[in-house]
Design a protein around this ligand. Sequence first.
Ligand code: FUL
Length: 590
Amino acid sequence: MEMKRLIIIVVMLSAALTTIAQVAKPAPYGPLPNENQLRWQEMEMYAFIHYSLNTYTDQEWGFGNEDPQLFNPSDLDCRQWARVCKQAGMKGIIFTAKHHCGFCMWPSAYTEYSVKNAPWKNGKGDVVRELADACREEGLKFAVYLSPWDRNHPEYGRQAYVEYFRNQLRELLTQYGDIFEVWFDGANGGDGWYGGANETRRIDGKTYYGWAETFRMIRELQPNAVIWNDGGDRGDLRWVGTEAGNVGETNWSLMYREGDTSWNMLHYGVEDGDVWCPGETNTSIRPGWFYHEAENEHVKSLSKLMDTYYKSVGRNSTLLLNFPIAPNGRIHPNDSLRGIAFKKMIDEVFKENLIDKAKIRTKQLPSSKGRTSGIGSVTTISFRHPTTFNRFLAEEDIALGQRVKKFSLEAYVNGEWQLLKDELVEHGDGLTTIGHRRIICFPAVTASKLRFTITDSKAQPVIKKLGVYLAPDLTADIPDSGEKKSSSLHIFFSGPRQMLIDWDSDQTFTTFRYLPPQESSEGTIIHYTLWGSTDWNHWTKLASGEFSNIVNNPIWQTINFPATKVRILKLDADRLSSGERMAYGDIEFY
Ligand code: FUL
């Protein structure tokens, strides 16, 4: 039962507090998340990795007859994937163990169509194993994508395939340690190779796979995993109806347990739903899910990625951001640098909560006062001095249910309250649901007070965090391109033999790695000097030396130096193999 008591008139004189204190913890309301869903929601951002035979055929969907001989990466390095993802703020990785083409990235005992018949590592390799190990080493969680649709398997469409699918799933759930999520793609049935039949096979996604039994098996083998699917039996998470990287500004973590699912239900959730089923926002850092060289210059811009963050994590969802693997077996530098810049920008935006310098006062509003249609509250944030901000953040304690239906935001400017609206929504002010986290973006305003009024709530609101921030202006950010430049990370050449990496803020580094160009040795650095600076004026020599045998054996070169705080790294190419300009295949620094 909902508690009726009037709570809170809390005046927070302590500037450091950002949590709204409450007299008593209210009772839970409505459908609630389970422990797995709560843990999953806390992850906020995790990576997808798409890698399969498609990487070698320049396709998004393999037909199922692609030759396993194509799988022979020169430099497959799951540790690089894990490092990049970690630096990009990802808390885990979901890997395409099997995509629609049916090729297994682990040596499944149930098919010959896998890495065991590829030249890579003479058929002894296991990408799932290498990635699971790399994730553990980097402290990331690991998860698998297993495509139900299999365009290679002769029995697809018949019962024998369902057994095969479960056998494969059992391998993945029992041989690779803890799995945090199981991802069942919704694309199902159609034409394919199917063991040479070359035909179209249609299935009913709801009934064919026998999801109830498969789910039982997952619960038994990986009781802490959450299940994603967008059809059939209700999983723990739902698709948000688009791969563009946004969920509705109104986003209920509720769905109906039974019945059909419409696009609106996926995108906005269901206000009076009877089961907790939060939305996961999946999108790729490039246009495609798989790597295509032609997209190297179309990696999403920093402002696009921030927009995606606000429209996913900032709308009560999580962000599942895809990094494709290039044919050499690594994340391409354009993607890794942009991903890392993305994380740095998130840190930059949220580094200072301006509420820490304000007084907060919250009072419950009974509906009888006529200001609210349900149960509400008013929180007034009074700054000590007029303060400029452009982001507002609120979080509900979702362990007690999702409650807030509508709210308003007003800034007190020159003696008047001005309404603020979410500039990322196209209709209305967009100030509807909150859930795990809601971030509202608006043009910068300078105000002495900010008023946050919950005008309608299913039950007494339980807000656990508020935030007010000033985000840097990203309008100068270049549109979706592969140029390695962003507002927090700039890489450029100040001459044909000098590369500069500017982080905009001090960082501590101990390692710089250089991969020489792989196509031709022209521009390969033979002798280098690496410098660091915090102010562009004073440069400290971090290391200097020779890259021995680099032309005959053009592999990664690692430069280690004592931990040094720098803002700018400068790499001088003192000697080149040939040519006038320094060149590189990839760089890394940490
Ligand atoms: C889709 C698939 O068809 C795409 O290839 C990709 O895997 C994406 C994440 O899901 O439904």
